[in-house]
Write a protein that binds this ligand. Structure first.
Ligand SMILES: NC(=O)c1ccc[n+]([C@@H]2O[C@H](COP(=O)([O-])OP(=O)(O)OC[C@H]3O[C@@H](n4cnc5c(N)ncnc54)[C@H](O)[C@@H]3O)[C@@H](O)[C@H]2O)c1
Length: 258
């Protein structure tokens, strides 16, 4: 039986780690070929080698428009086309409005929001002349329901939410056959959450207390697994979601309704 992504070629930003890496593994298992773009180049190379002939890695800093064009070109030269772009690269360093510096705010916006803007721009340029395709943006429940210690992060993800809809509307209006959809993960146990755990420990909490604190915010009372977010990305990347654009899929253990 053919895989659910047979024939797809996906460029995944933040593909070296966490949700992006889980998506890369899932995509390859479903017949796609993938290019992992990340600033952690050695980690991306190792994962691509592990995934075999269906995977490559490229150096990609999502803040750099030129590197996006090069990454899209690398996908085409390695695999003959580009059909799918997943914007998963992101950072999250907790800080309230009183603690956050302007530099911290700008860095978060530059990677999470401007990086996704540039990823969408590169994707539309690459996909509109091909056979169409899909853009999947990784937002966050914090883009819908803000957190006091996530000032810059909530602002960046709120921006990603509306950016995605504007791009979806433009592509539809132009008849580009490019679908743009967004997933909204709750707390997913990746390196990002490990960063929160380390920050909590530095303030005197135990590892278990921090994890339980995050888990308590979710109706299902646990953290999510990277594979669970990857499954939602897979849906939006596959033709099973052919009538979805501008869509929002929460992968949040019920956080937004709890
Ligand atoms: N883990 C969570 O709880 C959670 C929840 C909601 C949303 N998200 C979002 O999911 C996405 C993936 O996060 P994750 O949890 O897998 O974290 P992660 O830290 O495991 O992975 C993030 C990846 O992005 C890469 N990256 C950072 N800055 C970059 C840049 N300038 N250019 C290219 N790559 C860069 C990192 O090197 C890393 O490989 C992020 O957008 C994050 O905001 C995560």
């Amino acid at each position: 039986m053919p895989g659910r992504l047979e024939g797809k070629v996906a460029l995944i930003s933040g593909g070296a780690s966490g949700i992006g890496a889980a998506a890369a593994k899932r995509f390859v298992a479903e017949g796609a070929r993938v290019v992992l773009g990340d600033v952690q180049t050695e980690k991306a190379e190792r994962l691509a080698a592990e995934l075999g002939a269906s995977a490559r890695s490229v150096a990609l800093d999502v803040r750099d428009e030129r590197q996006w064009a090069d990454a899209a070109a690398a996908a085409r030269s390695a695999f003959g086309s580009l059909t799918t772009v997943v914007n998963s690269a992101g950072i999250s360093v907790p800080a309230t409005i009183e603690d956050a510096t302007l530099d911290h705010f700008r860095q978060t916006i530059a990677i999470n929001l401007e990086g996704t803007f540039l990823g969408c721009k590169a994707a539309v340029a690459a996909l509109k002349d091909g056979k169409g395709g899909a853009i999947v943006n990784v937002c966050s429940t914090l883009g819908v329901k803000a957190g006091a210690v996530f000032t810059a992060y909530s602002a960046s993800k709120g921006g990603v939410r509306m950016l995605s809809k504007a791009v979806a509307l433009h592509c539809a209006a132009q008849g580009y056959d490019i679908r743009v959809n967004t997933i909204f993960p709750g707390a997913i146990h990746t390196e990002m959450v490990e960063g929160y755990i380390a920050a909590g420990e530095a303030q005197g909490a135990t590892r278990d207390q921090v994890i339980e604190g995050f888990a308590a915010a979710h109706a299902l009372k646990r953290l999510g697994r990277p594979q669970e977010a990857a499954d939602a990305i897979l849906f939006y990347a596959s033709d099973e979601s052919s009538f979805c654009t501008g869509g929002e899929l929460a992968v949040d253990g019920g956080l937004l309704i709890a």
